[in-house]
Design a protein around this ligand. Structure first.
Ligand code: PLP
Length: 393
């Protein structure tokens, strides 16, 4: 047999993609499985975005583009950062990639040396630790349970930072918890980070637009502008415009890091797909009402799901600030069932016995919880909650 690299053996495939694939396979085999694992909006990509891509194909815009994105799309990203985030970047400080996933991957490859530590608040998006590991980095987890609203404290952050820390990741609103840091909370974290000038900060703002709060969105550079020279702002069109399959993400940050990330990209994928770039430009520059339509649906489903979950014995669910996930504690249900030992067993049990597919909290670094995606129809959610209530007895 062929010996695989130590590097690839150190990482695992995405747990969330695996559960979605499993639910699909069971459905294809004729089982009635409701998928609550999805990490993508259940809405169609808006028509004006599709039309832009179709027109791009028809006019022959189907060749290589600049590695870092077309000048037009980069300009649209610059304008977006200015308009929505009050952040000023030059085009040289922008890199467009094949999804937010590649943005983070490029960043890890560009700045991490073997042994460098990456501080990751847990629960975390499943890909941060593995992408850090692929780059030779060492994930350092800071745990934040429901008792602290799934948000790390400045004291916890200080406890995790060392002279070896190269990167700190902030994801707000968070996948999987749905929680967002307030400006004050970010300022307090920023104060700690000021003491560690070697450390780069990544703010993953992918869920910026999927938020219920009336307060404007803020990230750490908004409240600590002095940290801008070492902060990478990561975002993309996947979640805001229901464009997960188009694979367009983007990063804004210090030019030297962007240039290094671009070099990584130039030796892996080259440019993101030309026609997807045109679509992303249409998304950023076109009408924004489509976001509000999705947001209203997500919010209604959120209110419904949180209320129903909290009525089920053994399940406790905090209301979230945004995203299309809720992250209930299910330890009580695990204890009641007796036949399952942990959240991994519970997820298995639910998919087999109740026809409900969700992702165990352990995949995100917090056992005793599960992630439920509300990016599915109200009907599906009602059915799934009836099934969960049935299991709990
Ligand atoms: N960041 C977070 C927190 C996410 O949840 C995701 C997608 O699941 C991404 C980044 C990457 O999104 P994409 O690569 O689909 O643009």
């Amino acid at each position: 047999s062929i010996k695989l690299s130590a590097r690839v053996q150190a990482v695992k495939p995405s747990a969330t993609l695996a559960i979605t694939a499993r639910a699909k396979a069971l459905r294809a085999a004729g089982q009635d499985v409701i998928g609550l694992g999805a990490g993508e909006p259940d809405f169609d990509t808006p028509d004006h975005i599709k039309d832009a891509a179709i027109a791009a194909i028809q006019r022959g815009f189907t060749k290589y583009t600049a590695v870092d994105g077309t000048p037009e799309l980069k300009q649209a990203v610059v304008a977006k950062f200015e308009r929505e985030n009050g952040l000023t970047f030059s085009p040289d400080q922008i890199l467009v990639s094949c999804g937010g996933k590649q943005s983070f991957y490029n960043l890890a490859q560009a700045i991490l040396d073997p042994g460098d530590e990456v501080v990751i608040p847990a629960p975390y998006w499943v890909s941060y630790p593995d992408m850090a590991l692929l780059a030779g980095g060492i994930p350092v987890y800071v745990h934040a349970g429901a008792d602290q609203g799934f948000k790390i404290t400045p004291a916890q952050l200080r406890g995790a930072l060392t002279s070896q820390t190269k990167l700190v990741v902030i994801n707000s609103p968070s996948n999987p918890t749905g929680m967002a840091y307030t400006g004050d909370e970010l300022a307090a974290l920023g104060e700690v980070l000021r003491e560690y000038p070697r450390c780069v900060i990544a703010t993953d703002d992918m869920y910026e637009h999927i938020r219920w709060s009336d307060e404007p969105f803020v990230n750490i550079v908004n409240v600590c502008p002095d940290l801008a020279p070492r902060t990478m702002v990561l975002n993309g069109v996947s979640k805001a415009y229901s464009m997960t399959g188009w694979r367009i993400g983007y990063a804004g940050g210090p030019e030297e890091v962007i240039r290094a990330m671009k070099k990584v990209q130039s030796q892996s994928t080259s440019n993101p797909t030309s026609i997807a770039q045109v679509a992303a430009q249409a998304a950023l520059e076109g009408p924004q009402e489509c976001i509000g339509t999705m947001l209203t649906a997500f919010r209604e489903r959120h209110d419904f799901v949180v209320e129903r979950l909290n009525q089920i014995p053994g399940i406790e669910c905090l209301p979230t600030d945004g995203t299309f996930y809720v992250f209930p504690r299910v330890q009580g249900l695990i204890d009641r069932l007796g036949t399952v030992n942990n959240d991994l067993d519970l997820a298995e049990y639910l998919i087999e016995r109740a026809g409900v597919a969700l992702v165990p909290g352990s995949a995100f670094g917090l056992a005793g919880y599960v992630r439920i995606s509300i990016a599915t129809s109200r009907d599906n959610l009602e059915k799934a909650l009836d099934r969960l209530a049935g299991v709990a007895g």
